[in-house]
Design a binder for this molecule. Structure first.
Ligand code: C5P
Length: 273
């Protein structure tokens, strides 16, 4: 059996793939099935976690015991993840989030025009993972827990002021207690998760590109999927390299998505301890 090492922990997992509406019937989407995110949810539940599963367009059986929040677009997924992250110990962004959305969502079905089709103008979606990392960095810095600014961390519209960290004044310097652990010495939990996990599909220069992305997004773990050759999208198996901030990469050979999920949770609990 599995260890109950996530007992009392709140985890948020995003799964599936976002759809960006063009009109009432059409969207831009991707091939993510949600299998890896749902495997993460089932294994976290088995290890005792309280799980919020933010599911974007997934048609899989609901994991028994998870709080399921269904979303469609990247903006909806952002709202749901940030709301749930406020008192979570761990956030795992396993969803494939669209980088762009159509600038205009038409209220009625776009008509076929004679002649050349209209180009679709796109605008950038917020990077939710980077936003979570930046919020945590800013809050920790404001609380004096992390005086050195992180290397290469982008600042921008996702950056928050340190206001949220004021409630964390009860924490002693250097303490890195987790919000849901019940070991706080009084006061509200910090408004950020202790451990942030991202996923990335990289085809070449996996280690170099992955390490750069890990630093850029400010997460603790980055699961770099191998794509292609019958792996990843819609398949029960995965193969990956888990990059660890401040640690050595962990190679996960091809196997069931549940096995990768258990390795991720073991690395997460090591960082929560
Ligand atoms: O930059 P890239 O898309 O490769 O990063 C993938 C990771 O970032 C995944 O964990 C995904 O859920 C997350 N992501 C996000 N918001 C976006 C795009 C990706 O949170 N707009």
């Amino acid at each position: 059996g599995r260890p109950r090492d996530l007992e009392g922990r709140k985890v948020v997992i995003s799964a599936g793939g976002t759809r960006e509406a063009l009109d009432p019937v059409r969207f831009l989407g991707n091939r993510s099935s949600g299998l890896q995110g749902y495997a993460l949810a089932r294994t976290a539940l088995a290890r005792g976690a309280e799980v919020t599963l933010v599911a974007a367009n997934v048609s899989l059986p609901d994991p028994a015991g998870a709080k399921l929040v269904r979303v469609e677009s990247a903006l909806e997924l952002r709202d749901a993840v940030l709301a749930a992250a406020a008192d979570a110990d761990v956030v795992v962004m396993a969803a494939a989030v669209a980088d762009f959305r159509p600038a205009v969502r038409h209220d009625s079905k776009i008509k076929k025009h004679s002649g050349a089709p209209e180009p679709i103008e796109l605008v950038k979606n917020p990077d939710i993972l980077a936003e979570l990392g930046e919020r945590r960095r800013a809050a920790r810095q404001a609380a004096g827990l992390d005086p050195a600014p992180g290397p290469g961390v982008p600042t921008g519209p996702g950056a928050v002021s340190g206001s949220g960290a004021a409630s964390d004044s009860g924490a002693s310097a250097g303490s890195d207690r987790s919000p849901g652990s019940g070991v706080s010495s009084g006061g509200a939990p910090p408004p950020y998760p202790s451990v942030i996990v991202g996923f990335a599909a990289e085809t070449d220069d996996v280690l170099a590109n992955g390490q750069a992305k890990l630093a850029r997004k400010g997460c603790d773990l980055l699961v770099v999927n191998q794509v292609g050759e019958g792996l990843a999208f819609g398949t029960p198996d995965n193969a990956a390299t888990v990059l660890v901030a401040g640690g050595s990469p962990v190679e996960v050979p091809r196997g069931p998505k549940e096995d990768l999920a258990d390795i991720v949770w073991s690395l997460v609990t090591a960082r929560l301890a």
